[in-house]
Structure formats: structure tokens, C-alpha cells
Ligand binder design. Structure first.
Ligand SMILES: [Zn+2]
Length: 251
């Protein structure tokens, strides 16, 4: 469902991006840096309420640049060559490239694979995802759980599909209050108003860590706010960019 508010947001973002692209052509380089495409840029275009959101060159989001940063800086490591990576909702192109280049057996999946025409994307419903013989060393799910009503089931299934030494990297939109649930019957417009999108069923707070622990994970938090202010500003990271590294608790 596209509301007029969302259309206006998209239009504003596109105009903003176009302006920055033009600026980049007239005066190449810039005071900002996109680590997703490796270019210096004059700024990041706005999206919704976030002023410095997208790279005018590659379209990368702040969370995409944040993940690139934690991997490129060695804060977190990708699994090795013989590992298996499952990428849920694989729409962030620089991460698709990063995971593909790791040498691991890389599987892309989504509940709606038809949203990726011409691409090799498998259908996976995290609420109907029994653990099979093929376990993963890394399951990456960014901005997925806020769409799922039974997030505990999805989290348990992610945990069950990891190898004992595997990791899930989870990112969700985060606000500075406890998690707010919408439930199955909340009208779409109300979801859009309260959670930012009509297809979001909740707005997580930092207490997502407790939910992940309940699902069987030991949880570590990596937040953009822990990085130097200059770096955050230059790479267009936002205060909400937080990655939860989840490892199965082995009994
Ligand atoms: Zn870029």
C-alpha cells in the first residue's frame, strides 16, 4: 500500500539524490565517504525523517554502510571459505557483493523471491523453517523481524538453522523506548503512523536483546554510537544503526 505520505517521501528523496549527483558531477569528490561503493560524495540523500540516508552514487543505506564498516574494520568477521551464509531479504547490493566474494557457499532467500526478478533467490519463510542437514555459519537478517508477527518463532528457527559455532547478525529499526507491538489487527495506516511502514508489526527497542536471548542466543551489541563521531558523520551512519550478533547457546 502506498500512502501519499510515502510517495511524497520517495519523491523528496529522489530529488535530493539527483541534486547530490549533479553536485558530484560538477565538483567530484566530497566531504563524505560511502564505504559501500568506495566513493567520496558531497552528502547523503534524505529518506523519510533521516536527513543523511542514501549514497547518491550507489543508493546504500546507513545500516548497509554500518555493516560494511564493522566487517572492513575487523570488528566482526565473515566465516571462512568452506562456510555457508544465508542472507534473508538480500536487497543491499554491496552486502550481496561482500558475502559473494567471501568464498563461502552463499544462499540468498526471501519469503517473496518473486521480488527479485532474474536473481537466484530461494523461498524461505522464517516461521516455517525447520532445521535440516544444511546448517549455516552465518544467517544475516536485516530489517526482517519487524515484519513478522511471531518473531519468537522466527528467532528460534534462525537459531536452530545455525551450526553450533554459527552466528546470526540481526538488524531491526530501533527506537529509544521499549518494544511496541501492533498485533495482527492493527490497521495499516496505524502501523504506518506508529511503526513507519504499513507492513511493520512492531517497533523494537533495545529489549530485543531479551527476545533473542529467550530464543536461545547469547547476544552481543554493536552500535554506531560506539564509533567516533567524525567517522559516523563522514560515513552517514545514524544513531539507530545497531547490529545484534547472536550465537546459539550450546547446552
Ligand atoms: Zn555508495
Amino acid at each position: 500500500m502506498l500512502s501519499t505520505k510515502r510517495i511524497a517521501r520517495g519523491l523528496r528523496g529522489r530529488l535530493n539524490r539527483l541534486g547530490l549527483q549533479l553536485q558530484g558531477v560538477l565538483r567530484p569528490g566530497g566531504a563524505f565517504h560511502c564505504n559501500a561503493c568506495g566513493n567520496d560524495v558531497p552528502g547523503f540523500f534524505a529518506y523519510g525523517p533521516t536527513q543523511d540516508w542514501g549514497c547518491p552514487r550507489c543508493g546504500s543505506s546507513p545500516r548497509e554502510r554500518f555493516v560494511r564498516h564493522v566487517v572492513d574494520s575487523g570488528l566482526m568477521r565473515l566465516p571462512g571459505k568452506n562456510a555457508r551464509i544465508l542472507h534473508i531479504a538480500p536487497s543491499e547490493q554491496s552486502l550481496v557483493a561482500l558475502f559473494s566474494a567471501s568464498g563461502a557457499d552463499y544462499v540468498r532467500a526471501d519469503i517473496y523471491p518473486e521480488s527479485y526478478p532474474g536473481q537466484d533467490v530461494r523461498r524461505v519463510d522464517l516461521c516455517d523453517f525447520p532445521a535440516g542437514d544444511e546448517r549455516y555459519d552465518l544467517i544475516y537478517a536485516s530489517h526482517v523481524l519487524e515484519h513478522i508477527l511471531d518473531d519468537q518463532l522466527a528467532m528460534r528457527n534462525i537459531c536452530a538453522n545455525l551450526t553450533p559455532s554459527g552466528e546470526a547478525w540481526i538488524i531491526v529499526p530501533l527506537h529509544d523506548r521499549p518494544t511496541e507491538e501492533g498485533g495482527p489487527n492493527m490497521p495499516r495506516r496505524e502501523r504506518e503512523r506508529r511503526f513507519g511502514q504499513w507492513d511493520h508489526v512492531r517497533f523494537y527497542g533495545e529489549d530485543i536483546a531479551l527476545r533473542l536471548q529467550l530464543a536461545g542466543f547469547a547476544v552481543e551489541r554493536f552500535a554506531a554510537t560506539d564509533l567516533p563521531t567524525d567517522l559516523r558523520r563522514r560515513q552517514g551512519l545514524t544513531d539507530a544503526d545497531t547490529l545484534w550478533r547472536c550465537r546459539p547457546v550450546v547446552a
